[in-house]
Design a protein around this ligand. Structure first.
Ligand code: GDP
Length: 196
């Protein structure tokens, strides 16, 4: 599994806390509850690290995990949670937009979306921030076990079409942490980014 040897490295709350931009990092982003932690845990094969970080404090941080050498996995705070105070929302908008558009060591973005509710306005916002960098985006349409096969295929094609016409350099796949579907496909894409 790709993230089996991930170890916690550092948490950043402000841009000034980010580690120096050396090496290669891949960031995971998504609306809260989209299934990001579950997807990370699935790819880590449930190592004791447990990416499921439901503690509000921890989820409001940019968490860096070392994958060995100068390779990093970056877990971005989940967005779209309704009960966040406006000041904190502003802070995270500023921090995330800056990180996504300027971080030189950021190789690619994995955007996690619930396959039943893809491309929400905030997902589009993330794509608008990151897309202009020209770097690759890989979308995981999670909880695909909740859709029929035909509905899943329709969603996959519709999202793929929209991503490629609007943002370019995107790939999309179905993913289920519950059924362990799409794990190898995701690991192949992300593995190529991290260990080219
Ligand atoms: P996060 O906030 O994006 O990190 O989301 P979580 O990984 O914590 O998942 C949110 C909820 O969706 C939890 O109740 C999970 O059990 C559920 N969930 C996550 N992935 C899947 C999946 O592949 N299939 C199903 N059926 N439920 C899932």
């Amino acid at each position: 599994p790709l993230f089996q040897n991930a170890t916690f490295h550092i948490s950043a709350h402000h841009l000034s806390d980010l580690p120096p931009p050396f090496g290669i990092e891949v960031a995971f982003a998504g609306r809260s509850n989209a299934g990001k932690s579950s997807a990370l845990n699935t790819m880590a094969n449930h190592n004791r690290l447990a990416f499921v970080s439901k503690q509000p404090g921890r989820t409001q941080l940019i968490n860096f995990f070392s994958l060995g050498g100068d390779r990093f996995l970056v877990d971005l705070p989940g967005y779209g949670y309704a009960k966040v105070p406006e000041s904190m929302r502003k802070h995270w908008q500023m921090t995330l937009s800056n990180y996504l558009s300027h971080r030189s060591s950021l190789y690619g973005l994995v955007l996690v979306m619930d396959s039943r509710h893809p491309l929400t306005p905030l997902d589009r916002q993330m794509l608008d921030w990151f897309g202009p960098s020209g770097k690759p985006i890989h979308v995981l349409l999670t909880k695909s076990d909740k859709l029929s096969r035909s509905a899943a295929m329709l969603t996959l094609n519709a999202v793929r079409k929209e991503l490629n016409t609007t943002w370019g350099n995107c790939s999309v796949q179905l993913f289920s942490s519950l059924k362990k579907q799409g794990v190898e496909e995701a690991e192949a894409v992300i593995g190529k980014w991290l260990f080219p």
